[in-house]
Ligand binder design. Sequence first.
Ligand SMILES: C[S@@+](CC[C@H](N)C(=O)[O-])C[C@H]1O[C@@H](n2cnc3c(N)ncnc32)[C@H](O)[C@@H]1O
Length: 224
Amino acid sequence: MLSHRSTQAEWMDAADATQPAFEAALRDLARINRLSLAHAPVLRWLEGLAPPGGRLSVLDVGAGGGDLLAAIADWGIRRGVALDLTGLDRSPWSATHAQAMGVPARWITADLFDLDPALRFDAVVCSLFTHHLDDATLVRFLRWIDARATRGWLVSDLHRHWLPWSVVWCGVRALRMAPMVVHDSTVSVARGFVRAEWERAVASAGVDARIRWAFPFRWLVHRG
Ligand SMILES: C[S@@+](CC[C@H](N)C(=O)[O-])C[C@H]1O[C@@H](n2cnc3c(N)ncnc32)[C@H](O)[C@@H]1O
């Protein structure tokens, strides 16, 4: 069942997703990110990019509820790095939710491929985003992120395997998560990646990137 990337659609990507359903999903995604230690590898990677006393502009693509940007903001305060943070998401409910949560970032509501091509950031990150793309669009995205990041970029996304699929299936039900999350979580794992697929995508895009494992069930793909 998980031998190939699934093409099943996620409810989150439906144009008619309602604000209450989408925001409930964002709240539960933030819980999942906390429980699955999703922010730590991104913060460790940023440490290599920005010494204390430095400045850094960061774009988060498919930023959802903005909990990663909030964690980056706290990290910047602890490390003494002056940050200029931007969230990009095509759902208008993402901006509404992030602002209500007090995420200290400016927000752009747009499809990423419609972003002003002249815009550049020191670092571009994304988490749980690339599995939303089909294989051809993923290659296009890798070229896009490589062109937009002056100092480095990092992609963090799910490993496609029966173990995370089963953990997620049980976890979202045990924790009584929102219906959109119950549906999309296992679809997300099934749309995720194995290492060989990242190697092929990176080679097809012609970008210079490292591929690393992140505990418990993620791949990190990054330049810088
Ligand atoms: C699974 S959520 C991940 C949210 C957040 N990064 C996290 O880790 O919790 C994926 C997000 O990507 C956004 N998205 C999907 N396709 C997009 C596109 N083409 N351009 C911009 N945002 C997109 C969705 O609206 C959604 O908020």
